[in-house]
Design a protein around this ligand. Structure first.
Ligand SMILES: CC(C)(COP(=O)(O)OP(=O)(O)OC[C@H]1O[C@@H](n2cnc3c(N)ncnc32)[C@H](O)[C@@H]1OP(=O)(O)O)[C@@H](O)C(=O)NCCC(=O)NCCS
Length: 176
């Protein structure tokens, strides 16, 4: 595989809106952020977006600062640049930013079938804290043994008539 040109990470500005919209389109088949969502994130004082760019936008991570944690809203890498460390570098940059803001934890939600993203998060030390189904009010706590429980959860949700997407809550402690 060709060597990746030097990584250039920088904070996004509102003028990156169109490039971010294109990145969403090539990275997500469904539940992607619309232009107005992206614009909200780019303008919100508690949100931050970090880009990996070398002439073209290779990837981006978007996050929101909450009470004592930072919530990762999205991480996405354009298909030609995947499996070359861009996603990891973006997540590490988000973590460094979160630490500087005094956050004690990172958290995020990911579809249980998104094996690439889950592998990335696990390799960074994220642990499962819960499981929920879109369209249900039910939240399952303590999914530490999520692999073993997932099948049983899915079966019990199916028996309740649930047929939507299952999401996993992940967190990573970054402070004392
Ligand atoms: C998930 C995503 C951001 C990963 O970005 P990436 O730049 O390819 O990830 P990296 O190259 O930094 O990978 C770091 C590690 O994550 C894991 N990983 C990443 N992609 C993987 C895959 N397809 N299969 C298995 N493991 C994977 C590996 O452990 C990898 O380390 P390795 O390459 O040394 O084995 C990228 O696949 C993507 O944009 N997917 C579509 C958008 C998306 O689903 N975002 C997550 C929303 S919650």
């Amino acid at each position: 595989m060709a060597t990746l040109p030097p990584r250039v990470l920088r904070p996004a500005s509102p003028s990156d809106l169109e490039a971010l919209e294109r990145l969403e389109e090539v990275c997500f088949q469904e539940r992607r952020f619309r232009r107005d969502h992206l614009s909200w994130i780019l303008h919100h004082p508690s949100a931050f977006t970090i880009l990996d760019e070398d002439r073209v936008l290779r990837g981006a991570v978007m996050a929101l600062t909450e009470a004592e944690s930072v919530r990762i809203l999205s991480v996405a890498v354009a298909p030609p640049f995947r499996r070359r460390g861009v996603g990891r570098a973006l997540m590490e940059a988000a973590e460094a930013f979160a630490r500087n803001r005094g956050a004690r934890a990172l958290r995020l939600e990911v579809g249980v079938s998104n094996t690439a993203a889950i592998a990335l998060y696990r390799s960074l030390g994220f642990r499962a804290s819960g499981l929920y189904g879109l369209g249900t009010k039910q939240v399952f706590a303590g999914a530490g043994a999520f692999k073993h429980r997932q099948a049983a959860r899915s079966r019990s949700m199916a028996s309740c008539g649930f047929s939507g997407v299952l999401f996993l809550y992940l967190f990573r402690q970054i402070g004392l």
